[in-house]
Design a protein around this ligand. Structure first.
Ligand SMILES: *[C@@H]1O[C@H](CO)[C@@H](O)[C@H](O)[C@H]1NC(C)=O
Ligand SMILES: *[C@@H]1O[C@H](CO)[C@@H](O)[C@H](O)[C@H]1NC(C)=O
Ligand SMILES: *[C@@H]1O[C@H](CO)[C@@H](O)[C@H](O)[C@H]1NC(C)=O
Ligand SMILES: *[C@@H]1O[C@H](CO)[C@@H](O)[C@H](O)[C@H]1NC(C)=O
Length: 369
């Protein structure tokens, strides 16, 4: 009887998801004209400047928005676009918007690619009311100048409006960030199992990663985001972590992992339920993503007050080892945290930050002997 109930709940859940994908709600992947390849009519353009609110197919725009072709020059800077041949640039206080059909109550993650141009303190405000996040795009992690950023929200209604806004106040309005490739992915909140107290322990559930761009997706710190694009995990402190996939990187287990690209400035955390006095074993993989991140890497793991430093000699060609930390819980909530001790630069371009990867985290209570 109980099994039957569980099965029918599972069946119901499966049908529910299948139906929702065909009843007009948004599918995972690029939004409508999400890579801006469909151009405004020539009549709606003054040089590169877009004239008219509904000029860009699929989008509504406000303020000084430019439509940029890959290869266009700005001073001595050549503007290159990662997805296709076109992107938009948001001047001061400019924004782009799109209505999205979603399922009320579900969590979604938005991933978009952006590149800063000449402004000093570039940030983008991403909003799906009532949630909004101010994402700094100042630190560049990829050698191309483009990075992809994730931001998550919970749908408060069946139709939501995504707004990407440049709150900048530069002297030159043409100094705003470039935006290309805006995608969405539904997120399914993970649950702990009887084999693991950690949720989403292999980082398999998380933000959209573009299949055609090789630089992964940055997960910004939680202070800028109320819902995590990496369900179960919180990015603490100041800088982002990089979410990587096995299509472009070496990943120890499954298809996804995280790369700790910002040294001690960024930590990835989960609060685990524990029983005071009980002993636990936290084990995890530490490695390198096969991205020329060469050197003596160190991951620091924390479980409450217990810590472990895991050194990893990286040749930058992909690989990992397991490490384990045994601790006794002193609270019914134990903070599990990982960070990278050092900053490291890729040896192939000497300009982009890289770091050790963490994957396949397991937390189990040890039996009393
Ligand atoms: C799609 O299906 C879901 C679940 O049945 C429902 O909540 C939602 O309102 C539907 N959306 C549309 C646009 O019909
Ligand atoms: C971001 O934009 C939203 C909606 O326009 C606004 O409510 C919010 O205050 C803005 N956030 C910041 C930090 O400017
Ligand atoms: C690392 O990348 C190279 C080149 O893309 C590939 O040939 C090699 O198999 C990868 N190594 C691992 C361990 O994934
Ligand atoms: C343990 O959790 C309960 C509620 O789940 C809380 O009331 C209690 O204060 C917690 N105890 C400690 C020591 O944290």
């Amino acid at each position: 009887m109980q099994l039957f109930v569980v099965l029918s709940v599972l069946l119901y859940a499966t049908c529910h998801i299948a139906l929702s994908a065909t009843n007009g709600t948004v599918a995972d992947g690029l939004l409508d004209n999400g890579n801006f390849e469909l151009a405004p009519n020539a009549a709606n353009m003054r040089g590169t400047v877009v004239v008219g609110r509904y000029a860009i197919p699929g989008w509504e725009n406000e303020g000084f928005v430019e439509y940029i072709k890959s290869g266009q020059k700005q001073g001595d800077m050549l503007l290159v676009v990662p997805e296709g041949a076109y992107a938009v640039r948001l001047g001061n206080e400019a924004s782009i918007k799109q209505k999205i059909k979603v399922i009320k109550g579900m969590y979604y993650s938005i991933t978009f690619s952006a590149a800063r141009t000449c402004a000093q303190e570039e940030r983008l405000n991403v909003t799906v009311a009532p949630d909004s996040g101010l994402l700094p795009i100042q630190t560049v992690y990829s050698s191309t100048g483009w990075d992809s950023y994730a931001w998550a929200f919970r749908a408060g209604s069946d139709v939501v409006v995504l707004i990407i806004h440049n709150p900048g106040v530069e002297e030159d309005p043409a100094c705003g960030p470039l935006i290309d490739a805006v995608a969405i992915k539904a997120l399914y909140p993970p649950r702990p199992t009887n084999k693991n107290i950690m949720k989403n322990a292999g980082y398999e559930e998380g933000a959209y990663i573009f299949p055609d761009t090789p630089w992964g997706t940055l997960i910004p710190p939680n202070i800028e985001d109320d819902h995590s694009p990496l369900p179960g995990w919180i990015v603490e402190s100041l800088k982002a972590v990089k979410y990587i996939d096995s299509a472009h990187y070496f990943v120890p287990q499954g298809r996804r992992a995280v790369e700790l690209v910002a040294g001690k400035e960024s930590a990835i955390t989960q609060i685990a339920r524990t029983i005071i006095g009980k002993k636990y074993r936290l084990s995890f993989s530490v490695g390198d993503a096969n991205n020329s991140c060469v050197g003596s890497l160190v991951v620091e793991a924390f479980a409450g007050k217990a810590t472990l430093k895991v050194p990893y000699e990286s040749k930058g060609t992909g690989g990992f080892k397991r490490a384990a930390l045994i601790f006794q819980a002193v609270s019914n909530r134990t903070r599990i945290m990982f960070l990278s001790t050092y900053y490291t630069m890729r040896s192939d371009d000497y300009s982009s930050l890289c770091g050790p990867i963490v994957d396949d985290v397991k937390l189990l209570s040890l039996r009393k002997r």
